[in-house]
Design a protein around this ligand. Structure first.
Ligand code: SF4
Ligand code: SF4
Length: 109
């Protein structure tokens, strides 16, 4: 899959190379990454499950569904980035059926 216009991880996660903290906008995010081919290593480390599944519906792209899912061994960590779409419920069920423990984190207010 492609990120398209999504830049949710660009806001939610820190990028040390750019002195960017988590939950701060990135200066290069503008309907996608303006420096995609030159993006820092931190940006390349996002294990976005949407990007790793060629058959996934675009409705599950994080900017559409409100959650960035990342695999880590048998845990699927969901970072809540916006209002959660009802489609996420089915996705959680399917991750659990695959044997994943599903955990969530959100921005501290
Ligand atoms: S959250 Fe996923 S789809 Fe969105 S920009 Fe990041 S890697 Fe791409
Ligand atoms: S450099 Fe590009 S990929 Fe990295 S956080 Fe900024 S917009 Fe996102």
């Amino acid at each position: 899959m492609k990120c398209g216009e999504c830049t949710e991880c660009c806001n939610a996660f820190p990028v040390v190379e750019l002195n960017k903290e988590a939950w701060e906008d990135c200066q290069y995010a503008d309907n996608g990454c303006k420096i995609y081919n030159l993006r820092p290593n931190s940006c390349r480390k996002c294990e976005c499950a949407y990007m790793q599944n060629p058959k996934v519906s675009q409705e599950l792209r994080p900017d559409n569904c409100g959650v960035i899912f990342e695999r880590s061994n048998k845990v699927m960590l969901g970072t809540i980035v916006g209002p959660m779409s009802p489609i996420v419920k089915g996705q959680i069920k399917s991750f659990k059926n695959e044997g994943f423990r599903v955990l969530f984190q959100r921005k501290n207010k």
